[in-house]
Design a protein around this ligand. Structure first.
Ligand code: HEM
Length: 544
């Protein structure tokens, strides 16, 4: 037996070594691109790239090495960190079938949310495509316009709760931590509009699902340096064994992650059962059950659209639960930090804050189309998305051999210039979202500044000429291509409604606290030594 075990072990190691060698030999030519020194032998530059304080590193390597940067990966692997817009157009659109989310992101999506949009990638994306086809129409602008009253109603209720809290805070210092409030509001918006479910987030902060959502991304970022191991263990171990190992591991972050995932799953199941019960009542025609805020929801439409499909195309029960989980988690955190960023930026530009306030007050009634077309509100939103993308990078993995051409020649470390790069199957290209959004070549010398005014005059020719593969406002903030954000329209409406309501009633001023923007899956504000994302601002009710 020990002999047999030894043989298996040696053969496995030999095979692993051979596969690693084969893989590394295919990315050798990518070493010629400029990039930071290797760092650790085991993890290359991955610890510099993926740690909470990595933002300065990203800005530094983009400024120093340019549009195509070599990043050293796990055990000598080479990855490219790309902000060249032509290469990205090929990655996202022209060779859309050649790239997918990387193995880690898909594994994480599967482990965290189940077989929803984030966890589906197999069979060249057919599964993913099937799921998206059902989700897309539901999150379209014409459909969401029908929910305008719910958006407004929630924002007004939030205004009341927030006013009461600000009054209490004003008797002290007037300092309010925006993050927990913005999280509760974002979750409530997605909960009610998306799923017809109130998390009671506007009443109190006791909902365990709401807590789980706030904790997920910070918890994942504590474990991210071990990211490359997740797809490996998931591939080779049955889920029951994986679960057992995760529970047994003496690792606090892992236990926290399990708790969050379980709570998420339980909450998503509950939402699903509630919606099914509503549909059943509606079918029976029982009055009372077919009225009220939780009766109309995008999820109800999704369940009905799904039921109308031929059996073989329908999403299964577990896929539906996974969509609930994916959408709640994906939407809440990104919307929260956007609201926080806008309020902080406006607090630092008091005159602009006042001009915007006058604009929203003049749009009395806050009707959907009027609100969405207010020029300064639109400029503030676009500029925040451009300058501060909540998701600042996205790893994508080549599904087949492919060539990415460059917009302008790239100089390699030996001085030679190239106009394209060969990306072998399996190699990882990291989309440098912040690098594109804040490119000086595209946006001009003030690209790194938050300047909403730039959207009020014609944009420079260089913006159009760059041909960014964009879903929104020449930026990559909502990504692009077949995995582009499903909730972008939702985010536009929700954020603008909330900001308009808040500015109509309150004034925001900065505090002396030092805010550190930490990179996780989402870039979020923290205080030094803070245990959770936090953004204190002085808030005072406006004198009427
Ligand atoms: C400011 C707010 C938001 C930002 C910046 C944002 C950004 C993103 C980004 C960068 C991706 C990754 C795309 C890729 O892998 O290429 C994504 C995916 C996704 N987002 Fe958003 N998002 C926001 C709000 C929302 C909201 C409100 C929802 C839902 C109501 C939502 C639902 C999703 C879903 C379901 C996906 C997965 C799409 C797929 O894999 O097919 N997002 N988002």
């Amino acid at each position: 037996m020990p002999y047999a075990l030894g043989v298996v072990l040696v053969s496995t190691l030999f095979l692993a070594g051979f596969l690693l060698y084969a893989r590394l030999s295919r990315v050798q030519h990518m070493r010629a691109f400029p990039g930071p020194p290797r760092g650790s032998l085991l993890t290359g530059n991955l610890e510099d790239m993926f740690n909470p304080l990595a933002i300065a590193f990203h800005t530094h390597v983009t400024n120093l090495y340019g549009r195509v940067v070599k990043i050293n990966g796990f055990l000598g692997d080479i990855q490219l960190y790309i902000s060249d817009t032509k290469a990205l157009t090929h990655l996202y659109l022209k060779n859309a079938d050649s790239f997918e989310s990387d193995d880690f992101t898909v594994s994480l999506g599967m482990v965290s949310f189940g077989p929803g949009v984030f966890g589906s990638a197999g069979d060249l994306g057919k599964e993913h495509h099937r799921q998206r086809k059902l989700l897309m129409p539901i999150f379209s602008t014409p459909n969401l316009r029908n929910f305008h009253n719910i958006f407004t109603d929630l924002a007004v209720r939030f205004q009341d709760v927030f006013r009461e809290m600000v009054m209490n805070a004003s008797t002290g210092t007037g300092e309010v931590d925006i993050m927990p409030w913005a999280t509760r509001l974002s979750l409530e918006l997605i909960g009610v509009v998306g799923f017809g479910h109130s998390f009671n987030g506007l009443k109190d902060d006791k909902d365990e699902y709401a807590h789980a959502i706030c904790r997920l991304f910070p918890t994942i970022s504590k474990m991210q340096r071990w990211a490359p191991l997740l797809p490996l263990v998931r591939q080779h171990l049955p889920s029951a064994v994986l679960r057992w190992l995760a529970e047994a591991a003496p690792w606090e972050a892992m236990h926290e992650a399990i708790d969050i995932i379980d709570t998420g799953h339980k909450g998503a199941l509950m939402v699903m059962e509630e919606t099914k019960a509503i549909i059943r009542s509606a079918e029976k025609g029982s009055k009372g059950d077919t009225e009220g805020p939780n009766v109309t929801s995008t999820f109800r439409m999704l369940l009905q659209a799904n039921a109308a499909l031929p059996k073989e195309s329908r999403l299964s029960e577990s896929e539906l639960v996974a969509q609930v989980n994916s959408i709640l988690f994906a939407g809440t955190e990104a919307s929260t930090v956007t609201i926080a960023r806008i309020l902080l930026s406006l607090s630092e530009r008091p005159q602009l804050q006042e001009t915007l306030r006058q604009e929203v007050l003049s749009a009395d009634g806050f009707d959907h189309d009027r609100l969405m077309s207010l020029p300064l509100l639109d400029a503030v939103y676009k500029e925040t998305m451009r300058a501060y993308p909540p998701v600042h990078l996205l790893p994508k993995q080549a599904l087949k051999d492919v060539v990415l051409p460059f917009r302008l020649p790239v100089t390699r470390t030996d001085g030679s210039e190239v106009n394209e790069v060969f990306i072998p199957k399996g190699a990882i290209c990291i989309v440098n979202i912040a690098g594109v959004n804040r490119s000086v070549d595209i946006w001009g010398p003030d690209a790194h500044e938050w300047k909403p005014e730039r959207w009020l005059s014609p944009l420079p020719d260089s913006v159009v000429e760059a041909e960014v593969p964009t879903l929104f406002a020449h930026t990559l903030s909502f990504s692009a291509g077949r995995r582009a954000c499903i909730g972008s329209k939702f985010a536009h409406i929700a954020t603008k409604t909330v900001i308009a309501r808040l500015l109509a009633e309150f004034e925001f001023k900065p505090t002396d606290h030092k805010i550190i923007w930490k990179a996780g899956v989402i870039v979020s504000p923290w205080l030094e030594n803070g245990l959770r994302p936090s953004l204190p601002l002085y808030v005072s009710p406006l004198k009427k």
